[in-house]
Design a protein around this ligand. Structure first.
Ligand SMILES: C[S@@+](CC[C@H](N)C(=O)[O-])C[C@H]1O[C@@H](n2cnc3c(N)ncnc32)[C@H](O)[C@@H]1O
Ligand code: SF4
Length: 396
């Protein structure tokens, strides 16, 4: 099928579902296995890539993201095998971004040079904390010292990189976080992801939290942590560009921007999702989640469990949910080009005015966007917009 949505960015998401151990807060599709048959996995990734590549042949690939799980556990040969095939299906953008998520364990860090050789040009390192006590609480397999040496190696090898920290942890004082964040900023480049700890159903933290083993900072303390984070990052020139992501202009993650701008991406690997536009239709693809089920499904012809054509209403819901995560918000012309509407046709102008008066929404001639306060209160802004939304396309 030839590219029928040439103006949209197009990415490839590759999911590696294995980790050395399971972190107690994590609900990502990650599994611990005593042994992994690399050859079988390589055959499956390449076979599925061939199928998904053939389906989207001719498009211009703007980003690839190896996420997980822990993709830095992959063999560089497997990464190289996947990357060397991309040009068989797609035109490679001259600014193609190829990110790999990595854990700061020393064994994986030794492979950074090989990953670079294989074509990785951006690394996102899961530091999580620079305090040993917190790393222990978070169930991480590394110490702060290891994370710092991994960061130093990463910054020498890669021009574009980022690292993740988790804050708003139990008993974390503002002063502690200021000090930790200050250290992090002295090690940071042009991009950082800073997540407030969330308690996800089905995780070990969910059980511990509900048993009352520990408490999270209350709303006021959480806001103070968030506000300090924003201010310290701003002083360093790192702008908040998404709910939890900060970058200098131009250093934003191109792949994540694809999701938030509601562009297209192909899925590769267990549990990987995709959005693919062909002609007037946009489909949501979902791969089989359990690693072995995915392997068997690929052997049988396709790793995708479900491919659904999205209704205009569903597309609009996703478009709004994704776009409002960005500080830049949504381009007004996308409302028109994708849905033949303006925001004023979707919502009563008085409702939009009341959001603006509460300081949650900003509108310019080009963009419809949350304010910084609106980003912090995103869930309430979105539920207000969902409640007040007029029907987009009348159902028969
Ligand atoms: C796919 S995960 C992890 C990538 C990599 N395996 C690692 O652990 O560094 C991406 C990021 O999400 C964040 N994260 C995951 N679960 C979280 C939670 N419950 N609360 C806050 N942040 C979370 C972590 O910062 C993590 O680095
Ligand atoms: S946080 Fe990362 S290392 Fe920990 S279980 Fe989740 S994906 Fe694996």
């Amino acid at each position: 099928v030839v590219d029928q949505a040439p103006s949209l960015g197009f990415g490839l998401y590759v999911h590696w579902p294995f980790c050395v151990s399971k972190c107690p807060y994590c609900d990502f599709n990650s599994h611990v296995r005593a042994s992994i048959d690399e050859d079988r996995w390589k055959r499956a990734y390449l076979q599925e890539l061939d199928r998904i590549g053939t389906l989207t042949r001719g498009r211009t690939l703007t980003s690839v993201f190896f996420g997980g799980g822990t993709p830095s556990l992959m063999s560089p040969h497997l990464v190289e095998g996947i990357l060397s095939k991309l040009s068989h299906y797609w035109t490679l953008s001259p600014t193609l971004e190829i990110t790999l998520e990595a854990n700061p364990n020393s064994v994986e860090v030794q492979k950074f040079q090989d990953f670079k050789q294989a074509g990785i040009n951006r690394v996102s390192l899961g530091v999580q904390s620079l305090r040993d006590e917190s790393l222990k609480f978070l169930g991480r397999a590394h110490k702060a010292e290891e994370a710092i040496s991994a960061l130093k190696i990463m910054t020498k090898l890669f021009e574009r990189y980022s690292f993740d920290l988790i804050y708003a942890r139990p008993n974390q004082s503002l002063a502690d976080w200021r000090a930790e964040l200050g250290e992090a900023l002295s090690l940071a480049g042009q991009h950082l992801s800073l997540y407030q700890l969330t308690i996800e159903p089905g995780t070990a933290f969910y059980t511990a939290y509900n048993r009352g083993d520990w408490a999270l900072p209350d709303e006021e303390a959480s806001y103070a942590l968030y506000d300090t984070t924003y201010t310290l990052l701003k002083e360093r020139g790192l702008n908040l560009y998404e709910v939890s992501n900060f970058a200098t202009p131009g250093a934003e993650s191109r792949h994540n921007l694809l999701y938030w701008r509601y562009e297209d991406y192909a899925p590769l690997g267990p549990g990987a999702h995709g959005r693919i536009t062909q002609g007037k239709e946009r489909s949501a693809l979902k791969s089989w989640k359990a690693p072995e089920t995915w392997l068997n499904a690929v052997d049988a012809g396709s790793g995708v469990e479900e491919s659904l054509i999205l209704s205009k209403e569903d597309q609009f819901t996703e478009f709004l949910l994704m776009g409002m995560r960005l500080r830049e918000g949504i381009e007004r012309r996308r409302f028109e080009s994708d849905f033949c509407v303006t925001p004023e046709m979707i919502w009563d102008p008085d409702d939009l005015k009341s959001l603006s008066e509460e300081g949650l929404l900003e509108q310019s001639s080009t963009h419809f966007k949350p304010t910084r306060a609106g980003l912090y209160a995103l869930n309430s802004v979105l539920s207000f917009l969902a409640q007040r939304q007029k029907v987009l396309v009348k159902k028969p």
